[in-house]
Design a protein around this ligand. Structure first.
Ligand code: SRM
Ligand code: SF4
Length: 586
């Protein structure tokens, strides 16, 4: 069947679009929950929040749920035996950290406190350098949002959850060592902040709903205007990331817009522009695709924010709005054609997009251990490996004490790890000792395999999870280590479904859930994130996972020629031959 013509803002009205589109358009800037076709049921979003806070309602309705994502809030239900949603209604709240996952000491301490006061005593560092709080009961939700916005001191930018999820620009990523690299300190973080500010939602609904006082006085002037997004926001989420010429931990080519600084001597005057990456697919829907960004050309630094805004505008106007599975920019770009997009950027938006040969893409770096910072002072950053990004006690306590004692800023890496920044050289020994007292994991205490592996949250909180990920990966790794395979230097990323939140398709070994008990194994991504792996096994049952992984690791260790990165070996070896080496047909 030929593909259906797209339904876009240009040629259709909301009644022809998906229910989510209609909800957004009828919400008047996310103030109202107005179910399509049921005008009499229209009510303020705030009424649902109030009812839940009073205990009059167990949770919010499914229509309010769609809007609440734009406030960084996810309605969830705990999933029990075999993944059934049987537990209590809970919420996940995602904090938006605009650029390079950076937090002031006060912000880190406040979030640490929030984990105990409102959530399940954990902080979950994310693959987009954000932080999630899990297991928040409905009655505490409003208080948590107020706490984050109001009680944490403002250091240039406020802690907020607004825009951390929903159909708008998500966390703008940036290499966490961008300005710290002694060989090449840059200032792309400032650019990331600029992009994040430019694309932040403007509606005051969040402030009116969550932050107004008892007399309904609000901290923000009332507006439902969205000059960039318009009444319906984007058709889907939008992601921007800036790499560093030495570090592609942000996985440049998986972003809707990926930017790589181009050096002129030590100055950055322009950026290489990649666009249209995205990893989520749906099983058995071949029209959904894992796609890498396409190189469009080179843009001057002064026009980076304008370029991102222009691409957002094109996606707003031309993006599909009936079928959310076809609504990401990666599909819009390919439907319009890169040449037409280039032409529109140049002629309509007056972007000086230059044809160029792109600079080399650096490897995905891991940021671990002690490293000297750029600059004259004796300052250091320490990278701590955090298993699957889950910070829990007693590590949380030790990190908090170190951060408070030395007034340290922290950063979250795209590999879900944590950097303690600006440590004075003469306090390093004290930091080591304090972390040791609470048994905080360090790079040197973990196997290479473990420091390079991570997983998404999946069950029991993620409503889309098919299988476990964060819950089972540590056990798989322990079994592989017990078989003497801990030294194999390979990147493994696991996800509980094909949405790919932990970016398995670009990993050397990527795993994602299929059905209730099976897993797809995709292998052969490159260290630079420039290749989507090939599917080696379509369905590996849970009980075969360790044998398959062990077989792959042994094949890499025993059969890969020296100096060939594992992803390269897995890519070059034909699937039949690889399966023979693994010894599992599946
Ligand atoms: Fe994601 C949805 C977790 C990064 C692709 N993602 C979800 C939700 C919110 C589930 C839901 O919609 O109900 C997950 C929350 C579960 C929970 O209980 O916490 C979730 N995604 C995560 C995080 C926490 C994974 C992690 O291990 O850290 C990451 C949060 C990032 C942040 O701070 O903003 C996270 N998600 C990603 C990435 C990687 C990235 O952005 O670099 C991807 C792949 C890149 C991409 O967007 O293509 C990703 N998440 C998705 C998708 C598939 C989107 C698609 O185009 O098909 C969904 C489902 C959806 O949007 O419908 C999704
Ligand atoms: Fe949930 Fe799937 Fe994302 Fe994992 S990859 S967090 S299971 S949506």
């Amino acid at each position: 069947m030929p593909p259906k013509p797209p339904v876009t803002l240009i040629d259709a009205d909301p009644s022809q679009m998906s229910k989510v589109e209609q909800l957004k358009s009828r919400s008047e800037g996310l103030f109202f929950v107005a179910p399509p076709g049921r005008d009499a049921d229209t009510h303020a979003f705030g009424d649902e929040l109030d009812a839940m806070t009073r205990g009059a309602a167990e949770t919010i309705g499914n229509e309010a749920k769609e809007l609440s994502k734009h406030f960084g809030i996810y309605k969830q239900q705990e999933r029990g035996e075999r993944g059934r949603k049987t537990g209590d209604y809970i919420f996940m709240v995602r904090v938006k950290l605009p650029a390079g996952g950076e937090l002031s000491p006060e912000q880190w301490v406040a979030l640490d406190g929030a984990a105990d006061r409102f959530a399940n005593q954990t902080l979950r560092l994310t693959t987009r350098q954000g932080i999630q709080l899990h297991y928040i009961p409905g009655r505490k939700l409003g208080a948590l949002i107020r706490y984050l916005n109001e009680e944490v001191p403002d250091r240039g930018y406020r802690l907020t959850t607004l825009g951390a999820c929903g159909d708008l620009n998500r966390n703008t990523m940036c290499s966490p060592i961008d300005d710290l690299d002694p060989e090449l300190p840059l200032c792309s973080r400032e650019l990331a902040h600029e992009i994040a500010r430019e694309l932040a939602p403007r509606t005051s609904s969040y402030f009116q709903i969550f932050l107004s006082d008892d007399e309904a006085r609000s901290v923000a002037p009332m507006t439902s205007e969205e000059p960039i997004y318009g009444t319906q926001y984007l058709p889907r989420k939008f992601k921007v990331g800036i790499a560093h010429p030495h570090d592609n931990s942000i996985d440049l080519l998986t972003q809707d817009v990926g930017l790589l600084p181009v050096l002129n001597g030590r100055e950055v005057e322009s950026y290489d522009l990649y666009t249209g990456g995205g990893l989520g697919i749906t099983h058995h829907q071949p029209q959904t695709k894992q796609l890498l960004g396409i190189y469009l050309g080179r843009i001057p630094r002064a026009q980076v924010t304008a370029t991102v805004r222009s691409i957002v505008t094109l996606q707003k106007e031309h993006g599909e709005r009936r079928d959310r599975r076809q609504a990401r920019w990666k599909y819009t770009l390919r439907r319009l054609g890169p040449d037409r997009v280039k032409e529109m950027l140049r002629s309509r938006f007056e972007i000086d997009l230059e044809e160029a040969t792109p600079g080399p893409i650096p490897p995905v770096c891991y940021h671990l251990g002690w490293n000297r910072e750029a600059g004259d002072g004796d300052r250091w950053w320490l990278g701590l490996p955090v298993e699957n990004g889950r910070m829990r006690q007693p590590a949380r306590r030790a990190v908090r004490e170190v951060v408070e004692e030395l007034g340290l800023g922290v950063r979250i890496t795209p590999n879900q790890d944590l950097l303690l920044c600006h440590v004075p050289g003469d306090r390093r020994a004290w930091v080591d000792e304090r972390l040791r007292q609470d048994g905080v994991a360090r790079e040197e205490t973990l196997s290479t395999l473990r420091t390079h592996s991570f997983a998404c949250p999946a069950k029991p909180t993620c409503g889309l999870a098919m299988t476990d990920a964060e819950n089972v990966l540590p056990r798989y790794l322990a079994e592989l280590e017990a078989q003497g395979l801990g030294d194999v230097d390979v990147i493994i990323r696991m996800a509980g479904c094909p949405n790919g939140c932990s970016r398995p398709p670009t990993a050397e070994i990527g795993i994602y859930g299929y059905g209730k008990n099976d897993h797809v194994i995709q292998v052969g991504g490159s260290r630079e994130g420039t290749r989507i792996g090939k599917v080696l096994y379509e369905r590996v049952p849970e009980e075969q996972m360790v044998p398959v992984l062990a077989g792959l690791l042994r094949a890499i260790r025993d059969h890969s020629p020296d100096a060939l990165p594992p992803g390269e070996f897995l890519h070059r070896t034909p699937g039949v031959e690889l399966k023979r080496l693994v010894g599992v047909e599946a």
